[in-house]
Design a protein around this ligand. Structure first.
Ligand code: HEM
Length: 238
């Protein structure tokens, strides 16, 4: 009787773990889609701040007049926030299960490597969350101009001009460079383990494909996001 209850408990725990991993993978996929779109949008700065602002305005006009102005953006924002909570909740659930299940040290090197990777994902995720809060305050919520040599009048209320003023400062570029490297690492491991969760790594060929996809997505996102700040810092975009 006690053994049956124990077995049932173990099965429920395993089912919950699989469910949490599926939640992480599906919300993670939405974030990958979002960062790719966002990265593409940021590249508009190479065509001037007006092109950047126009693109941002187009996003607010999406699906109008079916939805009111900015309606689609707000729906998408709500979906992102909900997904962020789900992603973080699943991560913390898996985190607490893993630390409860392994009080002793790892005997096998590969298991220790896996544990290090999980630790990197967790703390990298927390760091990314901190970056996201800074980022949203800077460009969306408060639109803070950190550049003392640019006045509010010169910014003319333009987000594109605010982006240019911000990345003229080396330390802002440094913060973003560190965050983008953290994002790249998170994406690489996230795409790879998401593919494992979804059962896309069962053969050698599919494992290779998932590995390549993880490298390509992480590489494109890091380089694509860092191009505008670096171009601005070196005076190629003014
Ligand atoms: C070099 C990297 C990045 C730059 C230059 C950048 C730039 C911007 C700018 C200018 C905005 C305001 C857009 C507007 O009001 O029209 C914005 C909004 C936003 N960014 Fe980024 N971003 C970067 C990286 C990221 C990353 C890595 C994430 C996610 C992890 C992110 C998530 C967001 C979100 C959620 C918003 C709010 C969008 C909204 O208005 O709903 N950004 N970003």
């Amino acid at each position: 009787m006690a053994t049956t209850t124990l077995l049932q408990g173990e099965q429920t725990a395993r089912r919950t773990t699989v469910f949490m991993k599926i939640l992480m993978a599906s919300t993670g996929a939405l974030f990958v889609f979002y960062v790719l779109m966002h990265m593409y949008g940021n590249l508009k700065i190479f065509f001037g701040y007006q092109a950047f602002d126009e693109y941002a305005e187009h996003l607010r006009e999406m699906l109008t007049p079916i939805l009111p102005h900015s309606g689609f953006l707000w729906l998408f924002r709500a979906l992102l926030v909900l997904s962020l909570f789900v992603h973080a909740y699943a991560a913390f659930t898996l985190w607490s299960r893993a630390s409860g299940a392994r009080p002793q040290r790892y005997a096998v090197k590969s298991a220790a490597k896996g544990a290090l990777r999980s630790k990197m994902m967790r703390w990298g995720g927390v760091a990314l969350l901190a970056f996201l809060i800074f980022h949203l305050v800077q460009f969306t919520i408060a639109k803070v101009n950190l550049n003392p040599s640019v006045t509010a009048a010169q910014l003319k209320g333009s987000t594109g001009l605010l982006v240019i003023a911000s990345f003229q400062l080396w330390w802002v570029v440094l913060i973003y460079a560190i965050a983008m490297v953290a994002l790249g690492m998170h994406l690489f491991h996230g795409v790879w383990s998401g593919a494992q969760t979804l059962g896309w790594t069962n053969t050698a060929a599919s494992r290779r494909l998932a590995h390549t996809a993880a490298h390509v997505i992480a590489g494109v996102v890091v380089i694509g996001f860092l191009l505008p700040p670096l171009a601005i810092l070196f005076g190629l975009v003014k």
